[in-house]
Design a protein around this ligand. Structure first.
Ligand code: C2E
Ligand code: CA
Ligand code: CA
Length: 741
């Protein structure tokens, strides 16, 4: 099946030679003698006006135009050749002007229109020639009405048949419809056009021939009707066009609005683009700077160090050092004086660092109270340590915060950029290790060396080991007696944990509790400790019923104290072990309470509601104001051993113990003095009416079995009352002897 396009082309190819021949034949045989004014007028009317003079038949798309009548008239009066030429001109003019006016008609269709008109008329001419003995004008001249009617009928039908068939063929070639269905659908109706054209031509001819007034009037009426209908038609078009025009105008306005909106949108887009650029710059700044101080941040440092490392490949002589600073006791200041004061301090520190910085140095803040400085050039050991000293000196000057003088100090780690560093994180890691080394050893600054790294690594190993320690049951509780200072009877025990490391031996809590806190292991470990201590106490209270331990004190870390499930956990342990809640005392440090802010009071109340006693540990070392004590539902204050120790040295700290005791008295709180090592301290505390005491003087912390020997000998400290000799029990545990390799 050939495609539509090729069928169309075949049609044109077949029709065009016939059309060319017909037109050539018409031109060749055109009787130039017939050219007169009448023909000229007829030609002008036919070509230029006849297509406009038409009537649309009601409920059809068919327009009866005067052009067919004019062509038939020409045929009648001047013969087929003239009619062909005129028809050619008319078809060409009508199609082209229709197209010019914006009609939807292609050149191919125009060509077909013209060809159909020419070929149709040519065929009609041939038929007329064959059917009539003389030419059409002669038939007209002969005046035989019957012959004339026959001629008109033949012309009308023939024209209709040829034209409609040719058009149907073309449409059928273009569409997928059959020729017959196209013919019946589109062309059959057109018969009326040709017949009415023929009738009109006949009447016109007759009217002119006979000079018949009536006939002429009828023709005039016809043309008048045609004209009026045309007028109405034009008006109709105008009225139907009016809403269309309005719609068009609205569309145009809409389009204009749309364009305006679009412009507005584009402007907005451009504006927000600019804003985006700006905020991009802001984001960049925020990404590389610290909001509080405006100093470069860690990202900035990482980038800068990376550049320095890369530079080393090409400029190995450029030396640089990184200093890492951490304020000492910043957390306490923050907790006790509030965060806004902490922020003020950070800002002032930043200001001082900027003052002491060198030409080629960069000062930055990493987080909280951590600062870093990069020294570029003059970064040998002497230069860097001198610089570190100047930093230490400037920070040790008093700060004025909220019109109060506050002192702080700083620990500084120093690391030098060397060829071994490939990544900025490596030097930052080392400088961090050096800083912690300085902090741990109470030094102002420390230059990194490999040994520190080994130590840090072993700390890391310790952390790994800790994870297994719980499973392997490597923790052991020791119990240190708390003694009633009035009668020197055992009041209770403080449970203190020890870690029996499989290879490193016994590790004191100061070394591993902070690791547990930072890893979260503190919660499960504390629960084990709590349960063991409670169970042990229940057991002892039963077995040593004559002089039972009144309570056991268990230390609760600040991290765990902030955990909302603590209350439930304590309840569970009490339930499980059956210990009287009154016999359990929880020791929470002043700092831990302050760290938990507003939650602390609620937490303490909930614990208190369980019937458990509460004790504030290391009292006097935190930055708390004494006023808060009233709000807390606590039972006991434990005076930190530094105050007890200094009592002996006769310094003013003795006054602190006195003040704490007075305060506790007014709040009806018990007081436990920690770290009593000498008889002198004991006597002084007794004079000051301190209720309880704990310390090496009475006993070091003991394993459970050794503690039992204390329980079975309740009068062992009585000799102290009389001022007699006293031996320390089990001195083998040295809490300060442990060193990591
Ligand atoms: P702490 O709560 O202040 O415990 C008292 C510490 O002082 C114990 O050190 C104890 O051995 C030591 N001590 C007692 N009497 C004297 C004395 O007369 N002179 C001297 N110099 N020291 C004395 P230990 O057992 O090494 O514990 C250190 C810290 O570790 C404890 O301080 C406590 O904060 C923490 N800790 C110990 N056990 C636990 C525990 O089970 N849980 C938690 N969260 N922390 C614990
Ligand atoms: Ca304690
Ligand atoms: Ca303590």
């Amino acid at each position: 099946m050939p495609s539509k396009r090729s069928l169309e082309n075949i049609y044109i190819a077949l029709l065009s030679p016939v059309a060319v021949y017909a037109l050539g034949w018409a031109l060749y045989n055109f009787p130039s003698s017939v050219v007169d004014m009448r023909l000229g007028g007829l030609a002008i009317i036919t070509v230029f006006f006849s297509s406009f003079l038409r009537i649309q038949l009601p409920r059809t798309k068919i327009h009866v135009t005067t052009s067919d009548a004019a062509i038939i008239l020409t045929f009648l009066w001047y013969g087929g050749e003239t009619a062909i030429i005129l028809s050619f001109l008319e078809a060409a003019f009508t199609s082209v002007s229709y197209r010019r006016q914006g009609g939807n008609i292609g050149y191919k269709t125009i060509l077909i229109n013209i060809m159909v008109a020419v070929v149709g008329l040519f065929a009609t001419t041939v038929i007329v020639h064959a059917m009539f003995s003389s030419e059409a004008p002669q038939v007209v001249e002969a005046g035989d009405v019957t012959q004339m009617i026959l001629l008109l009928a033949v012309m009308g039908f023939a024209l209709f048949l040829f034209n409609s068939t040719l058009v149907s063929l073309f449409i059928a070639a273009k569409t997928e419809k059959s020729v017959l269905s196209v013919w019946t659908e589109y062309c059959l109706n057109a018969l009326v056009m040709y017949l009415s054209g023929a009738v009109l031509a006949g009447f016109t001819t007759k009217a002119i021939q006979d000079i018949n007034i009536f006939l002429f009037a009828a023709v005039c009426v016809f043309f008048g009707t045609v004209y009026l209908t045309y007028r109405r038609y034009i008006n109709d078009i105008k009225t139907t066009a009016a809403p269309a025009e309005k719609a068009e105008r609205q569309r145009a306005e809409q389009a204009e609005r749309h364009v305006r909106e679009l412009k507005h949108y584009v402007e907005q887009l451009e504006r927000s683009g600019a804003e985006l650029k700006q905020s991009h710059a802001r984001f960049r700044h925020a990404a590389y700077h610290d909001a509080l101080t405006g100093l470069p941040n860690r990202n900035y440092f990482v980038d800068t160090i990376r550049k320095l490392i890369e530079q080393k490949m090409t400029q190995p002589l450029v030396s640089y050092a990184v200093l890492f600073l951490d304020l000492n006791g910043f957390r306490k200041i923050n907790d006790s004086l509030g965060h806004s004061v902490g922020d003020q301090l950070v800002k002032q520190v930043a200001g001082r660092l900027l003052q002491v910085q060198r030409k080629d140095s960069i000062v930055g803040r990493f987080s909280g109270d951590e600062f870093a400085i990069i020294l570029i050039g003059d970064a040998d050991e002497r230069g860097a340590t001198e610089f570190a000293q100047s930093v230490v000196d400037t920070i040790s000057q008093p700060f004025i915060l909220n019109s109060k003088q506050v002192f702080t100090s700083v620990s500084v780690g120093i690391a030098f950029g060397n060829l071994n560093y490939d990544e900025p994180e490596e030097i930052l890691r080392d400088v961090d290790i050096a800083m912690y080394f300085a902090k741990d050893h109470g030094n102002e600054y420390e230059v990194f060396d490999e040994k520190m790294h080994t130590r840090a690594v072993s700390l890391l190993e310790l952390e790994t080991d800790l994870r297994y320690a719980v499973e392997r049951n490597e923790f052991e509780l020791h119990y240190q007696p708390i003694v009633d200072l009035k009668n020197l009877q055992l009041a209770g025990f403080e449970a203190l944990v020890r870690w029996n490391h499989p290879t490193l031996g016994q590790i004191p809590p100061d070394r591993f509790i902070p690791i547990c806190e930072s890893t979260g292991l503190i919660v499960p470990i504390t629960l084990t400790i709590l349960e063991t201590a409670c169970q042990q106490t229940v057991d002892w209270q039963k077995r040593f019923s004559e002089s039972p331990p009144g309570f056991v004190s268990v230390n609760i870390s600040g991290v765990h104290f902030g955990n909302p499930s603590l209350v439930e956990q304590i309840k569970d342990v009490l339930h499980k072990t059956g210990l009287n809640p009154q016999s359990l005392k929880l020791e929470i440090t002043e700092t831990a309470i302050m760290e938990n802010g507003e939650n602390a009071v609620a937490m303490l109340r909930q614990i208190k509601e369980l019937g458990v006693q509460l004790s504030i540990d290391d009292f006097g070392t935190g930055y708390s104001s004494l006023g808060y004590l009233q709000q807390f539902p606590i039972d006991t204050l434990k005076i930190d051993r530094v105050f007890v120790r200094s009592m002996e040295e006769g310094r003013q700290n003795g006054e602190i113990v006195r003040a704490v005791l007075a305060l506790a008295g007014s709040l009806s709180l018990d007081v436990v003095a920690e770290g009593i090592e000498s008889i002198h301290q004991y006597h002084q505390l007794r004079i000051l009416s301190c209720d309880y005491g704990q310390g090496f003087l009475f006993s070091r912390p003991l394993a459970a079995a050794a503690a039992e020997s204390l329980l079975s000998d309740p009068n062992r400290w009585q000799s102290l009352l009389a001022g007699g000799d006293f031996a320390i029990v089990n001195p083998e545990y040295e809490s300060t002897s442990y060193q990591l390799h």
